[in-house]
Design a protein around this ligand. Structure first.
Ligand SMILES: CCCCC/C=C/C(=O)SCCNC(=O)CCNC(=O)[C@H](O)C(C)(C)COP(=O)(O)OP(=O)(O)OC[C@H]1O[C@@H](n2cnc3c(N)ncnc32)[C@H](O)[C@@H]1OP(=O)(O)O
Ligand SMILES: Cc1cc2nc3c(=O)[nH]c(=O)nc-3n(C[C@H](O)[C@H](O)[C@H](O)COP(=O)(O)OP(=O)(O)OC[C@H]3O[C@@H](n4cnc5c(N)ncnc54)[C@H](O)[C@@H]3O)c2cc1C
Length: 642
C-alpha cells in the first residue's frame, strides 16, 4: 500500500530508509516538544537543524530528488515551516521557470548550494488577489539601464511573503514594470535585499517580520518596502519577457506566463494537503483504537471508540479523501511537469487547462482537508484539543492553503471562467472542441441514474452521475450568466450575480475529477489484496461524496429517493467493511513518530503514560508555585479572607 501511496516500491523503501537514518541522528530531532517552545526558540531550533541538514544531506538522501528532500524536511523540520521554506517552494521554481538560461547560470547554482536564501514577494498590504492592482513599481531608467523599485505608499508594502522578514537575502519581487511612462503590468524581478556578509538590509530597503499567525510560525512571513531602490535591467526575469537596453519591450508568448510559480505551488500543494490530512487521521484513528469509552452492548466491557458508527463516519470518509487527494495530486504533478516542459520550449497551449484544473483542485482539496482535520481533532475528544495531539497545529498549517496561492473563492471563479467558455461551446454545437477534462459536458446523459439498476456496473454509473450533476450545474450557471447579459446586464455585474452558482459548478467539476482520478488508480492496481482494500475505500468515497451532493441529483429527478436510500446503505456497509483495515490504511503512509510529533498518535499506542510525561514537562510545572500566584492571586485571596 505504501508503494501505491508514494508512487512506487522504490520510493516507499527510500522513505523508510531515510526515516531510519534520521531516527539514528539525535542532532536532527526536536530538542524538546515544539508546543513548549516560544516562536524565537522554534525558529532557532529549526535553523539549527537546517544547517546540520545542509551539511549532512548527502549522507541521508539523494539531494537531487525532490521527493526525498520533501520527506527529509517533513521529518526533521516539520510542517510548521523553516527559515528556507519559500526558497525551495517558490524562489527556485520561479527562477527555474522564468529566468533566462544566462540568468539561471548566474543565480541557480548559488541558490541550490544555499549560498543565498530567497523568497517570492508578490502580495502587498493592500492587494493580494488582484494582481493588476499591486502598487509596487519598477520604473526603467534608460540613462543607467536600471529599474527603480519603489513603494509609493503604505498599502504597497509587500506583506506576507514567507521567510521575507528575517531569513532571506534575495527575493523574486513582483512589481508593475513601467518603461517610458507606459505600464506593462506585473513582472518578476530578482532583487537583493540584504548584504551577503552582514545580513543587514541594504540602503533603500525596509524589511521585517509581520508577527505571529494562527500557525506556521517558524516561517518569518515579512513586509518589505523600497525607497527608489535600483537594480540592473538584467534582473528582470527574462526567459519569456525581455526589455532591451533602449527600453524595447518584448512580450511573452502568453500573458499569464509569469504566474507559473503560483501554478507550481498549486499543483504540488495537493500532495502536501493529503499528507496533512492523513497525518491527522493517523493520529485520530490510532487513538480511537486505544481509547475505550462506554459500551455498545451493556453486557460487554467498554469498547474502543473506533467501534462506534459515528466515529467511523467521522473518520473513514476522510481517509478515502486523503487517498483520493494523493492520487489526484500525483496526476496533477505529472500534468504540471509536462506543461512546464512545453512552456519552456514555447508551447503555451496547455496553460489554460492546467490553470483551470489546479485552481479548482487547490480550492476543493484545501477546504475538505481542513474539514477532515477538524473532525479528526474532535474525534479525539478532550485530548484532541491538547497540543499533545498536535492536530491543532496540523489544522492551522493546512487551512493556510485555503488562502495562500489564491483565495479559494477566487480560484474557483477562475475555473468557472473555463467552464463557462466550455458551456458556450456546448451550446453553440461545438462540443468537439472541448478539452479532455470537460469532454463530458458535450455528452448526452441518460434521463435517470442507473446506480443500483445494473448489476456489476462497478463505478461507471457513479461516475456518470457525478458527470450529470456537474454538467447540469455548469450549464445552469452559464445560462444564468448569459441570460443576465441578454437582459442588458454588464458582463462583470452579471458574473458577480452568478458567482455562487458558478462556484458550485467549479466544486462539482473538481469533485468529479477527484473521483475519476481515484477510479483510474484503482483500475491500474495489479496486487489483488491492495486492490480489494482500495476498492472498499473507493466504494465509501463515491457513495459518501454522492450523498453529500445529492440535492443536485434529486432536483431534476436524476436520482430517486430509493436510490438515495441505497447509497446511504452502501455508506454504512463500507464503514463496517473498512473498520478492520482502518488503522493499517493510515499506517501505510508510514509516518514516523518523529514526523507526527503527536503524543496521542504514537505508533506504540502508549498514550496515557506519555500524556502524563508530556504534561509534567510543561514549563509551567518547573515550579509548584508560579510567580503569577505569589504576585497577584495569593494577595487577592489573602485580602478577601480579611
Ligand atoms: C508551503 C506553503 C507555502 C505557501 C506559499 C504561498 C505563496 C503565495 O501565496 S504567493 C502569492 C499567491 N497569490 C495569488 O495566488 C494571487 C491570486 N491571484 C491570481 O492568481 C490572479 O490575480 C487571478 C488569476 C485571480 C487574476 O489574474 P489577472 O491577471 O487579473 O487576470 P485577468 O482577470 O486579467 O485574466 C484572467 C485570465 O487569465 C487567465 N489566467 C490567470 N492565471 C493564469 C495562469 N496561471 N495560467 C493561465 N491562464 C491564467 C484566466 O484563465 C483568464 O483567462 P480568460 O478566462 O481566457 O480570460
Ligand atoms: C500562510 C500564508 C503564506 C503566504 N505566503 C505568501 C508568499 O510567500 N508570497 C506572497 O506573495 N504572498 C503570500 N501569502 C499571501 C497570499 O497569497 C494572499 O493572502 C492570498 O493570495 C489572498 O489574497 P488577499 O490576502 O489579498 O485576500 P483578499 O483578496 O483580500 O480576500 C478577502 C476576501 O475577498 C474575497 N475576494 C477578493 N477578490 C475577489 C473576487 N475577485 N471575487 C470574489 N471574491 C473576492 C475573497 O474570496 C476573500 O473572501 C501568504 C498568505 C498566507 C496566509
Amino acid at each position: 500500500m505504501a508503494a501505491q501511496i508514494w508512487g512506487s516500491e522504490k520510493r516507499a523503501r527510500r522513505r523508510r530508509e531515510i526515516s531510519a537514518k534520521i531516527a539514528q541522528m539525535p542532532e536532527l530531532h526536536d530538542s524538546k516538544p515544539l508546543p513548549f517552545m516560544t516562536r524565537e526558540e522554534k525558529i532557532m531550533e529549526s535553523a539549527r537543524k537546517l544547517t546540520i541538514l545542509t551539511e549532512k544531506m548527502g549522507q541521508i538522501i539523494d539531494p537531487t530528488d525532490p521527493a526525498e528532500l520533501y520527506h527529509l524536511n517533513n521529518e526533521v523540520l516539520g510542517l510548521e515551516g523553516n527559515p528556507m521554506a519559500l526558497h525551495g517552494v517558490m524562489f527556485i521554481p520561479a527562477l527555474s521557470a522564468q529566468a533566462s538560461d544566462e540568468q539561471q547560470a548566474k543565480w541557480l547554482p548559488r541558490a541550490l548550494r544555499r549560498e543565498i536564501i530567497g523568497t517570492y514577494a508578490q502580495t502587498e498590504l493592500g492587494h493580494g488577489t488582484n494582481l493588476q492592482n499591486l502598487e509596487t513599481t519598477a520604473t526603467y531608467d534608460l540613462a543607467t539601464q536600471e529599474f527603480v523599485l519603489h513603494t509609493p505608499q503604505i498599502t504597497a508594502l509587500k506583506w506576507w511573503p514567507g521567510n521575507l522578514g528575517k531569513s532571506s537575502n534575495y527575493a523574486v519581487v513582483v512589481a508593475h514594470m513601467i518603461i517610458k511612462a507606459k505600464n506593462y503590468g506585473p513582472h518578476p524581478f530578482m532583487v537583493q535585499l540584504r548584504d551577503e556578509k552582514t545580513h543587514e538590509p541594504l540602503p533603500g530597503i525596509t524589511i521585517g517580520d509581520i508577527g505571529p499567525k494562527m500557525a506556521y510560525n517558524i516561517v518569518d512571513n515579512g513586509f518589505l518596502g523600497f525607497n527608489k531602490y535600483r537594480i540592473p535591467r538584467t534582473n528582470l526575469l527574462m526567459r519569456h519577457t525581455k526589455v532591451e537596453a533602449d527600453g524595447t519591450y518584448i512580450k511573452p508568448p502568453h500573458a499569464k506566463i509569469n504566474y507559473s510559480a503560483m501554478v507550481h505551488v498549486r499543483a504540488y500543494m495537493l500532495t502536501g494537503q493529503a499528507i496533512m490530512l492523513a497525518s491527522a487521521l493517523n493520529i485520530a484513528t490510532r487513538y480511537s483504537s486505544v481509547r475505550r469509552q462506554g459500551q455498545i452492548d451493556k453486557s460487554q466491557p467498554e469498547v474502543k471508540v473506533l467501534e462506534y458508527q459515528t466515529q467511523q463516519h467521522r473518520l473513514f470518509p476522510s481517509i478515502a479523501r486523503a487517498y483520493a487527494f494523493q492520487f489526484a495530486g500525483a496526476e496533477t504533478v505529472k500534468l504540471y511537469e509536462h506543461v512546464l516542459k512545453e512552456m519552456k520550449s514555447g508551447n503555451v497551449s496547455l496553460m489554460a487547462d492546467l490553470h483551470a484544473l489546479t485552481s479548482g483542485l487547490k480550492s476543493v482539496v484545501t477546504y475538505q482537508t481542513g474539514e477532515g482535520i477538524e473532525q479528526a481533532r474532535m474525534a479525539c475528544g478532550g485530548h484532541g484539543y491538547s497540543m499533545a495531539s498536535y492536530i491543532s497545529e496540523i489544522y492551522g498549517v493546512a487551512i493556510g492553503g485555503c488562502t495562500y496561492e489564491g483565495e479559494n473563492m477566487v480560484m474557483l471563479l477562475q475555473l468557472a471562467r473555463y467552464l463557462v467558455k466550455s458551456a458556450a461551446l456546448v451550446k453553440s454545437g461545438q462540443s468537439s472542441k472541448l478539452g479532455p477534462l470537460v469532454a463530458y459536458l458535450g455528452v448526452k446523459s441518460e434521463p435517470t441514474s442507473l446506480i443500483d439498476r445494473i448489476p456489476n456496473s462497478g463505478f461507471t454509473e457513479y461516475v456518470k452521475t457525478f458527470q450529470h450533476v456537474s454538467k447540469r450545474q455548469t450549464l445552469k450557471a452559464a445560462d444564468m450568466f448569459f441570460g443576465l447579459m441578454e437582459k442588458g446586464e454588464k458582463r462583470e455585474i452579471a458574473w458577480n450575480k452568478c458567482s455562487v452558482e458558478l462556484n458550485r459548478a467549479s466544486r462539482l467539476h473538481t469533485r468529479l475529477f477527484i473521483v475519476e482520478a481515484f477510479v483510474r488508480r484503482v483500475n491500474e492496481i495489479a496486487d489483488i489484496r491492495i486492490k480489494e482494500a482500495l476498492t472498499d475505500l473507493l466504494h465509501l468515497h463515491v457513495n459518501y461524496e454522492l450523498l453529500d451532493i445529492a440535492s443536485y441529483a434529486l432536483e431534476d429527478g436524476f436520482l430517486s429517493a430509493s436510490q438515495l436510500d441505497y447509497i446511504r446503505d452502501q455508506v454504512y456497509l463500507y464503514l463496517g467493511k473498512i473498520r478492520p483495515n482502518a488503522v493499517s490504511l493510515l499506517d501505510s503512509w508510514e509516518f514516523s513518530d518523529i514526523e507526527l510529533r503527536s503524543v496521542l498518535g504514537r505508533r506504540d499506542g502508549n498514550v496515557y503514560e506519555n500524556l502524563f510525561k508530556w504534561a509534567k514537562s510543561s514549563p509551567l510545572n518547573k515550579t509548584d508555585v508560579l510567580s503569577s500566584v505569589t504576585q497577584y492571586l495569593k494577595p487577592m485571596m489573602e485580602k478577601a479572607r480579611l
